[in-house]
Write a protein that binds this ligand. Structure first.
Ligand code: GRF
Length: 192
């Protein structure tokens, strides 16, 4: 299985995938390219690990730029790890069931356009939720609505802030992201 990881920010989830490949916990899996929609630290992490990077030009037809690189690199699956651009319908359909996203809430709650980063956690706190968590789901053209692959919960404590909740959920995210990649890999093995 050859992954493309799409990023926009810090890239801690990208780093977690890299670490798990290096430790061979993710066996049989390689990263063919890291795709970024902006200059970000995730790009630096990719370069530090000698991974190919593609910085897309949002002023041009960026879906076509991406598709060409995915083909060139024989990519089989895509992981959106903090990628903030919206992929179009054609792209989502051509990668159906091979394209996953990581979201920091218990979807279908607190998902959709504009729900990212601290905004998600602040909304959870404002609504006095007792629990939150993280979700890995397949990507469709409808933002955060594709079928759920894995989800894990955590408590929202009495004095929780958006920052503390974000830190807590970051840990959960990494676990379910790695487990999800393993599930996708297992699926590729069972079709042979
Ligand atoms: C994560 O919280 C993820 O849920 C969301 O964006 C964040 C990315 O963090 N989709 P990082 O760039 O991997 O550190």
């Amino acid at each position: 299985m050859r992954l493309a990881v799409f990023v926009s920010g810090n890239g801690s989830n990208l780093q977690c995938i890299i670490d798990n490949i290096q430790s061979q916990f993710l066996n049989g899996i390689t990263i063919g390219v890291v795709v970024a929609d902006r200059d970000c630290y995730a790009n630096q992490r990719a370069q530090n690990n000698n991974l190919k990077t593609l910085l897309i030009n949002k002023k041009a037809d960026w879906h076509t730029q991406i598709e060409a690189t995915l083909k060139e690199e024989d990519i089989t699956h895509i992981v959106l790890a903090g990628f903030l651009s919206i992929l179009n319908k054609t792209f989502c359909e051509s990668w159906k069931n091979k394209l996953i996203n990581l979201h920091p809430s218990l979807l279908p709650k607190y998902g959709g356009k504009g729900m990212y980063g601290l905004k998600v956690h602040q909304a959870v706190i404002d609504h006095k939720e007792k629990e939150s968590g993280a979700t890995v789901h397949f990507v469709t053209e409808k933002i955060d609505e594709g079928s759920i692959l894995l989800q894990r919960k955590c408590n929202v404590d009495l004095n929780e802030t958006a920052d503390s909740l974000q830190n807590k959920i970051h840990e959960i995210e990494k676990d379910i992201l790695i487990e999800s990649i393993k599930i996708l890999y297992a699926k590729t093995q069972s079709t042979y």
